[in-house]
Design a protein. Structure first.
Lengths: 115, 111
């Protein structure tokens, strides 16, 4: 299966700062990357779909200006949480598909804590 | 948004017992998938069942799909402590590979 590397695995920041999370596909070209958010003991909520070379598609209720997504190359997609607040503290996971099987391959996730 | 519900929300069993988790969904599907997540980690794909399939096996995993009831079940036989994790079902939501996840079942297998 595909290998997806996500970095950092955890980050602590102060309110008002911005945090960038990177998601890399190591062994294939990812034209699409899905970004999910997960609160403790809850399910994954799809935030947005990033597409290489074009604008990301955001799910209803997700602030575009708050969660900036960039997919500038076929191997790298980034999520930037801007002007972070404590309520942005969460577990963020990226995932991408390969081929027509439908399954997704996920990064190990990034735990963000905003103080 | 979440596709549906899973039950139970939490399941605690002894090693060697079987674990059954259920998933319901709301819309028509091409396939349904099950994923596993260890605490604080990413998700790992377990098995995919297509809409025209009713049952599928993979090792100690058995998945069933009932499209008339819009439900699926995941059975883990002869459970082990290493099976302790959260299990999620997922269905595609109108986009290629775009998955919507169920609420998940937290499974604890005690030695």
């Amino acid at each position: 299966g595909a290998v997806v590397s996500q970095h950092p695995s955890w980050v602590i920041c102060k309110s008002g700062t911005s945090v960038k999370i990177e998601c890399r596909s190591l062994d294939f070209q990812a034209t699409t990357m899905f970004w999910y958010r997960q609160f403790p003991k809850q399910s994954l909520m799809l935030m947005a779909t990033s597409n290489e070379g074009s604008k990301a598609t955001y799910e209803q209720g997700v602030e575009k200006d708050k969660f900036l997504i960039n997919h500038a190359s076929l191997t790298l997609s980034t999520l930037t949480v801007t002007s972070a607040h404590p309520e942005d503290s969460s577990f963020y996971i990226c995932g991408t598909g390969q081929g027509a099987t439908g399954e997704l391959f996920f990064g190990e996730g990034s735990r963000l804590t905003v103080l | 948004s979440q596709q549906g519900e899973e039950d139970p929300q939490a399941l605690s069993i002894q090693e060697g017992e079987n674990a059954t988790m259920n998933c319901s969904y709301k819309t028509s599907i091409n396939n349904l998938q099950w994923y596993r997540q260890n605490s604080g980690r990413g998700l790992v794909h377990l098995i995919l069942i297509r809409s025209n399939e009713r049952e599928k096996h993979s090792g100690r995993l058995r998945v069933t799909l009932d499209t008339s009831k819009k439900s699926s079940s995941l059975l883990i036989t002869a459970s082990r402590a290493a099976d302790t994790a959260s299990y999620f079902c997922a269905t595609e939501a109108g986009g290629y590979n775009k998955l919507i996840f169920g609420a998940g079942t937290r499974l604890a297998v005690h030695p």
